[in-house]
Design a protein around this ligand. Structure first.
Ligand SMILES: NC(=O)c1ccc[n+]([C@@H]2O[C@H](COP(=O)([O-])OP(=O)(O)OC[C@H]3O[C@@H](n4cnc5c(N)ncnc54)[C@H](O)[C@@H]3O)[C@@H](O)[C@H]2O)c1
Length: 405
């Protein structure tokens, strides 16, 4: 398949959320006719009305382009196409810490009636190694077609950073994994229509593993920073100061400790490595445990700092899983507030970036009648406000206590 042939053909994107919608937009912008398929009727309606539910100014600009409005349509069931891209959630089964592939299975089954010879299926969802071969291939072959022979399958995991999707989807290098070279080349053709980063070709199992390695690398390094922070605290020294000094070594680059790890990827993907090889994932497992313990440790610090106040009233700021985003998935700050409330603490929780959680008026007003302000997520706008109004805030607090982590 050449790029010219693809230009006139249809691409169906199954699952038009954080990952699928930006891909659909970029492909439509590049001139492909794209059908976004989502089981959520609100998402289907929003796409057809040109409204973006995933936040991002530049993505809305792309959505507003006449070519994109013309090329991108949405519907709730699949249809025939040349290329099918699957970008559905792969959540963690929290009981046994393994990937729940139910939605990948459902999405794959949903396209089987529409498959025909020469089609390409691309899985963008993050999955444990061997998912393409052991889970998807048998489902696709139930159509009577043979993967790697007269139908093609590739895994092209997504690496975008929520908050900077537009830049990253174009400029990041992209892993293109498939068991055979025809599937690989076809998938590379699809992504070459909008990716300016390098297309890195490999096999499907390596591609599945690489995506997990990336997030596990982050998780383990964050766990190291968090562990060092706990040790520094026991020594009553400033953890961030000590880490900054250690980072002056030319070959040391320790990350910043925090309140825990959140989002849809980092707290989840390392478990997908452990599930395929438990015995050799001891460090990965320990890092997960350390990071998952952080909300409890932060709660302990808040309780210690407020122990002399009878029934402390707390204002907590930040619900997103990290600074400067509105994404609250797996957010440690939400867990911290939940734990505090479960122990009877009165907590008012705000996040100016999260819908429905903004301050009624100002941050200073939100602190009136409270004893203590806890900054859980350091959004730039929150730090600016704190910088400008710190004295006013201290004046309205019952006790002049501002905790930052
Ligand atoms: N969000 C990120 O930043 C990010 C980054 C890299 C990788 N990923 C991975 O990408 C995958 C998708 O994540 P997401 O963040 O886009 O999820 P999401 O929840 O934002 O979007 C997924 C969409 O799929 C739809 N869906 C579910 N089952 C469907 C089906 N059978 N048919 C049609 N639509 C269906 C849902 O309604 C939803 O709109 C996951 O595997 C995730 O781990 C996410």
């Amino acid at each position: 398949m050449t790029l010219d042939e693809l230009q006139t053909n249809d691409i169906v994107v199954i699952g038009t959320g954080y990952v699928g919608l930006p891909a659909a937009l970029m492909l439509a912008k590049a001139g492909h006719r794209v059908i976004g398929v989502d089981i959520d009727e609100n998402i289907v309606r929003a796409i057809n009305e040109g409204v973006l539910l995933v936040k991002g100014e530049q993505l809305q600009e792309i959505m507003d382009e006449p070519t994109v409005r013309e090329n991108l349509k949405a519907q709730s069931t699949p249809c025939e196409a040349d290329v099918f891209i699957i970008a559905v959630p792969t959540p963690l089964d929290k009981t046994n810490k393994t990937a729940n592939l139910k939605m990948v299975v459902e999405a794959t089954n949903s396209i089987v009636p529409y498959l025909s010879e020469g089609n390409l299926i691309i899985l963008e969802s993050t999955v444990p190694p061997l998912t393409c071969r052991k889970v998807m291939t048998p489902l696709i072959e139930s159509s009577g077609l043979k993967v790697g022979s007269n139908i093609h399958l590739a895994h092209c995991p997504e690496r975008i950073l929520p908050g900077d999707i537009f830049y990253e989807i174009i400029h990041n290098d992209r892993i293109i994994g498939a068991a055979d070279s025809v599937s690989r080349d076809m998938a590379a053709t699809v992504y070459s229509s909008f990716v300016e980063g390098e297309l890195l070709l490999t096999d499907d199992i390596t591609a599945e593993f690489v995506k997990l390695i990336e997030n596990t690398y982050r998780d383990v390094n964050i766990a190291l920073a968090n562990e060092l922070s706990s040790v520094a605290q026991s020594l009553q020294i400033d953890a961030k100061g000590a880490i900054n000094l250690a980072n002056r070594h030319p070959r040391v680059n320790i990350l910043t400790p925090g309140i825990g790890v959140g989002g849809h990827c980092i707290p989840i993907d390392p478990w997908f490595i452990q599930q395929v090889n438990d015995q050799n994932s001891r460090l990965i497992n320990t890092a997960r445990v350390i990071n998952d313990e952080m909300p409890r440790k932060i709660v302990y610090q808040i309780k210690t700092a407020t122990q002399n106040i009878d029934g402390p009233r707390i204002v907590a700021i930040g619900a997103a899983y990290k600074a400067n985003t509105a994404d609250i998935r797996e957010s440690p700050s939400i867990e911290i507030v939940r734990l505090l409330r479960s122990e009877g603490y009165e907590v008012n929780h705000f996040d100016p970036l999260v819908d429905g959680m903004n301050f009624p008026t100002t941050m200073t007003d939100a602190c009136a009648n409270a004893d203590c302000l806890v900054i859980l997520v350091e959004h730039e706008s929150v730090l600016r406000e704190l910088d400008q109004h710190e004295q006013d805030i201290l004046n309205v607090l019952g006790i002049p206590l501002i905790l930052r982590f």
